[in-house]
Design a protein around this ligand. Structure first.
Ligand code: SF4
Ligand code: SF4
Length: 441
């Protein structure tokens, strides 16, 4: 592993990717109903365009973007709108959601959407088409892609970084995307390069996916200036700032966007879905999702329609094992724990992890022994020990002003190494929530 590009600090959790990495993705059956929250992305919730009783076809737009940073929502199955009501969201809140009773007699063919040939669209108008299809970043952040493809005019981008790291343990959906849809990933790269008005891209892939590295090298079109760059296996290599540091050797300044140093980062699955918009008029209504962990009977990779309830996924994957203990949306480092089986799968859901008792042993939280391990782990070079003390004392303003809480990306590396089992990143997440509630000074 030495000699490969990477960043300083970081951690090495057990990978556990072998549970699903060699399982090809399969289409998930359509459930009886889908629940589509109006808020599945960073930004203002979408505005509903339907009412109870409306018939919708698969792929119809059912909610439009409302505001600059927002994203449209499409019907992920044909059926009848049952209600628009508050429904449990994976983030733990109740969110207005469109509930659709899926028509069991429908063939679930997508409604034909007329889209222009991307080659004929002006560079600056490509993002509009991508926005209409409801594409958001599929690496976890769910930031609307059409906004990202329009960097500030005074920060021109000259390098597109395609993120194929998938550094979260257990998850293999990006890995499968590269193996199963390499041509689509390259088509998405072509479109993103045109939208940005640039010619150069680098695909960063952790070295624990040699077959994906080989596939992306083998299928690279000769006319594209793209480098496939293997990277050292280290968490959080897939975080935007860490990927930029590894590939470009540059640091994104505190509080700035990657465009401040001329870069834009897009996940491999996002690239593949951008291509689908123009190939088939396909809006973002499903994605490859890894269902894994030793607490689920039949792990695998599935193309699951968004809005499918967690309980339907668990049931179709054989149910829980006897020692299932915890469900997480995402990976074990940054994922969100789930307590309600009625929450729907969202655009940002790359994985569903069911941990067994052995995999999530809870240990007593002990006092800090000032060992400094958290400082050595933090990829942003923060001081998690000090931050943890300030968070516990509820000194939120100091945490932000003096300890740079805003730079913390909640990667969980500090919690992972802490011998006292202090849930540092959870404390930082709660502190960020508290600060948002405080009146701004
Ligand atoms: S959670 Fe924040 S403080 Fe902890 S290692 Fe990650 S970036 Fe650093
Ligand atoms: S790793 Fe844990 S025990 Fe060690 S200094 Fe950091 S907070 Fe304290």
């Amino acid at each position: 592993m030495t000699g490969l590009l990477s960043f300083k600090h970081g951690v090495h959790p057990s990978e556990n990717k072998d549970i699903t990495s060699s399982i090809a993705s399969k289409r998930f059956p359509f459930p009886k109903e889908v629940i589509l929250p109006l808020s599945q992305h960073i930004g203002t919730p979408a505005k509903s365009l339907v009412k109870p009783g409306d018939h919708v076809e698969r792929g119809d737009v059912i909610a439009e973007a409302s505001g600059f940073i927002s994203s449209a929502v499409h019907a992920t199955a044909a059926g009848i709108v049952k209600s628009i009501e508050l429904w449990p969201h994976p983030n733990g809140t109740m969110v207005p959601s469109i509930r659709i009773s899926v028509d069991p007699s429908s063939s679930q063919m997508r409604r034909t959407r007329i889209v222009p040939r991307w080659q004929d669209v002006k560079d600056e108008d490509l993002s509009t088409e991508i926005g209409k299809a409801g594409i958001v970043g599929l690496g976890g952040a769910a930031f609307p892609s059409h906004v990202k493809l329009c960097p500030p005019k005074d920060q021109p981008v000259d390098l597109l970084l395609i993120n194929g790291c998938e550094c979260e343990p257990y998850l293999t959906s990006d890995h499968r995307t590269m193996l199963e849809l390499p041509d689509q990933v390259y088509e998405g790269i072509r479109i993103a390069l045109k939208a940005l008005g640039i010619t150069r891209a680098v695909i960063g892939i952790e070295a624990n996916k040699p077959d994906a590295i080989e596939m992306m090298r083998k299928t690279k079109p000769d006319d594209l200036d793209v480098t496939v760059q293997p990277l050292r296996v280290k968490y959080p290599q897939g975080a935007e700032k860490m990927l930029i540091k590894a590939v470009m050797g540059l640091e994104v300044p505190s509080g700035a966007l990657p465009s401040a140093i001329g870069a834009m980062v897009q996940n491999v699955a996002t690239a593949a879905n951008v291509a689908a918009v123009f190939e088939s008029g396909h809006p973002l209504i499903e994605r490859i999702i890894t269902v894994t962990g030793r607490g689920i009977r039949k792990p695998g990779n599935w193309k699951i329609p968004f809005g499918t309830k967690l309980r339907d996924v668990i049931e179709h994957c054989g149910g829980f094992t006897e020692d299932a203990a915890e469900i997480v949306f995402g990976g074990p480092m940054m994922g969100l724990g789930q307590a309600n089986l009625d929450v729907p799968i969202l655009k940002a859901t790359g994985g569903i992890l069911v941990l067994s008792k052995d995999e999530c042993k809870r240990q007593d939280i002990l006092p800090c022994i000032k060992c400094g391990k958290c400082l050595e782990a933090c990829p942003i070079f923060l001081n998690p020990q000090l931050m943890g003390a300030l968070a516990k004392a509820e000194r939120y303003e100091e945490l932000k002003a003096d300890a740079n809480l805003n730079d913390c990306m909640l990667c969980g590396s500090c919690s992972f190494v802490c011998p006292s089992n202090i849930p540092l990143s959870q404390l930082f997440a709660m502190s960020k929530t508290q600060l948002r509630r405080l009146p701004s000074s």
